[in-house]
Write a protein that binds this ligand. Structure first.
Ligand code: ADQ
Length: 442
C-alpha cells in the first residue's frame, strides 16, 4: 500500500502524537491506521536561524517538522492566512486585509514546505495537503519535480467567484491550485463556486465535495462514559432540573457568537415562560488571540454576557454561563449528551463538526434538538432533522430555541434518528477513504 504523506500547517503536538486527539488527527485516524504515514508541517517554533527537518516517530506514523523565521511566520500565518484568506473564504470581505508583504511571506513559507517535503518524498507516495495555508504548496512541489499523486482538501468554505476574485492575488492562487490532481471541498456549493472561479481563468474545474465527518461510535461511547463521570454529575447538580442549551466553538468571528448571545436575550424577553427554566452554556476558548479582530470580538462578548446576565439573572438563577477556557473533550461530550438543545449558529462554516458531535452524543431515549445555521456545511447533511436558522437573525434563533425547548419526545426522537442515520452513513473513515481512493485513481 502506498505511503501517505500528509501536509498541513501544524502537526499534532508531541503529547498528542500517541493517541491522535486533535481535530484533523481524529478525521485522519482511519487513513493513518492502516499504512505507513508521514505527516509534515510547521513545528510550532519560531526561530530565525535556518533549521533542519526534525523527525519523530510513533509506530508506523512519522512526523517531520520545520521551524519558521519570525517575520515569515507573522506574514504567512497571522497575515495572509488568517488576516486575508480566512475572512475572505468566509465571505467577510470587509474584514480581509490585503498587504503585499504578507502575501510574499505566504509564498515563501509554501516554498519552504515544498523544499522540506521534496527532501523526504519517495516515489510511490501519495501526497495530501490540507487547507487554506497551502494553496501554492502543490505548484511549488511540482516545480521541484514531483509528478506523483497530489491532493488538496479545503476545510473552510469557498465563496462565490466574483467575491474571491476581489483578492488581488486571486488569479495566481487559482493557477497554483491547478497543480493538484484532486481538489476536495466540504460541500457541493463550495465545489460549484471554486469551479466557477477556475473556469473563469480557463482552468479545468475539478473541485469535488468530500464532506468531512467524525468517528461517531467513538464520540457516542465517550459521551456515554462521561455521563457517569464527576464533571457531568457536578454540572447536572448545578442545573437544578433546568434545560441546558449548549454552544461549543472556538472564539472566532465566523461562529456567530454575538448574534447567538442576542438570540438568547430575545428568548428571555419574548418567551417569558422560559425565564428561570433554561441555562445557556457557551464554551468558547480563545483562539488567534494575537489578531486584532479576535481581541475585539472577545471584548464584545464579555460585554454582552455581562449585560444579559445583569438584566435577566435572579439571585438563584444565572441564565448565561460563558467559559473562554478549554474544557476536556470527554467532559464536553458528556455536556452534549445532557443538553436539551445544541446551538450551532456560525455565520459561515466549512462543515462544523460540533453539530455532528452533538448528534452522536445524544441518548436515543431522550435526545436533544439541534438548532443549526443554514450556512454551516453540516446543514446539507443534517437538514433532515435539525431546526435550520439564519444565524444573522436573533429573532428567528430565539423562535427556534423556544420551539426546541417545547418539542415533545416523539418529534425529538424522529428528528434525531434522521440525523443519526446521516452522521453514521458518512463517517471520518468514509471521508478519508473516499478522498484517497479518488487520489489513487487520478
Ligand atoms: P473549526 O473552525 O475549528 O474547524 P469545528 O469543525 O466546529 O470548527 O471543530 C473542529 C473540532 O474542534 C471539533 O472536534 C470540535 O469538537 C473541536 N472544538 C470546537 N470548539 C471547541 C471547544 N470550545 N472546546 C473543545 N473543542 C472544541 C475547521 C473548519 C470547520 C470544519 C473543520 C474540519 O472551520 O468548518 O468542520 O475545520 O474540516
Amino acid at each position: 500500500m502506498a505511503r501517505l504523506v500528509i501536509v498541513s500547517n501544524r502537526v499534532p503536538p508531541p503529547r498528542e502524537r500517541g493517541q491522535l486527539a486533535g481535530g484533523l488527527a481524529i478525521a485522519l485516524r482511519d487513513a493513518i491506521a492502516g499504512r505507513d504515514t508521514l505527516w509534515f508541517g510547521w513545528s510550532g517554533n519560531v526561530r530565525d536561524s535556518e533549521t533542519p527537518i526534525h523527525e519523530t516517530r510513533a509506530g508506523r506514523l512519522r512526523f517531520a517538522t520545520i521551524d519558521l523565521g519570525q517575520a515569515a511566520h507573522r506574514g504567512y500565518y497571522n497575515g495572509f492566512a488568517n488576516g486575508t484568506l480566512w475572512p475572505l473564504l468566509h465571505w467577510r470581505l470587509g474584514l480581509a486585509e490585503f498587504r503585499r508583504p504578507d502575501y510574499m511571506a505566504y509564498r515563501t513559507v509554501n516554498q519552504a514546505f515544498a523544499d522540506g517535503v521534496a527532501r523526504v518524498l519517495q516515489s510511490g507516495d501519495l501526497v495530501w495537503a490540507h487547507d487554506y495555508h497551502l494553496f501554492p504548496f502543490g505548484a511549488a512541489l511540482r516545480a521541484r519535480g514531483w509528478a506523483g499523486p497530489l491532493g488538496f482538501f479545503l476545510h473552510v468554505p469557498f465563496p462565490p467567484a466574483p467575491l474571491f476574485r476581489m483578492l488581488p492575488e486571486a488569479d495566481s492562487l487559482l493557477l497554483d491550485l491547478d497543480a493538484y490532481d484532486v481538489i476536495g471541498v466540504q460541500t457541493r456549493e463550495d465545489a460549484a463556486y471554486l469551479n466557477e472561479a477556475m473556469a473563469s481563468l480557463g482552468l479545468k474545474p475539478r473541485a469535488e465535495a468530500f464532506p468531512i465527518s467524525i468517528d461517531p461510535d467513538d464520540f457516542a461511547a465517550t459521551a456515554k462514559r462521561a455521563g457517569r463521570g464527576e464533571d457531568v454529575e457536578r454540572m447536572q447538580a448545578s442545573m437544578a432540573d433546568r434545560a441546558l442549551i449548549l454552544g461549543v466553538d472556538r472564539l472566532d468571528y465566523t461562529k456567530g457568537l454575538p448574534e447567538r448571545f442576542r438570540a438568547f436575550d430575545q428568548l428571555l424577553r419574548r418567551f417569558p415562560n422560559q425565564r428561570g427554566q433554561v441555562t445557556f452554556l457557551q464554551v468558547a476558548p480563545v483562539s488567534r488571540g494575537d489578531v486584532a479582530q479576535y481581541r475585539a470580538l472577545r471584548r464584545e462578548l464579555d460585554e454582552l454576557a455581562g449585560r444579559i446576565n445583569g438584566e435577566h439573572a435572579e439571585f438563584d438563577w444565572m441564565p448565561l454561563r460563558y467559559i473562554t477556557r478549554a474544557i476536556p473533550r470527554a467532559t464536553l461530550a458528556g455536556f452534549h449528551r445532557m443538553a436539551r438543545v445544541g446551538l450551532v449558529t456560525p455565520l459561515r462554516d466549512g462543515m462544523n463538526l460540533v453539530a455532528k458531535e452533538f448528534v452522536a452524543a445524544q441518548d436515543e431515549a431522550d435526545p436533544g434538538v439541534l438548532v443549526l445555521s443554514r450556512f454551516a456545511g453540516a446543514a446539507a447533511e443534517l437538514e433532515c432533522g435539525a431546526l435550520l436558522v439564519n444565524p444573522h437573525d436573533p429573532d428567528a434563533i430565539a423562535e427556534a430555541l423556544d420551539a426546541a425547548l417545547l418539542m415533545a419526545l416523539p418529534e425529538r426522537q424522529e428528528r434525531w434518528r434522521a440525523m443519526r442515520d446521516a452522521v453514521w452513513s458518512n463517517t471520518a473513515a468514509d471521508w478519508s477513504r473516499a478522498f484517497i481512493a479518488r487520489l489513487e485513481a487520478r
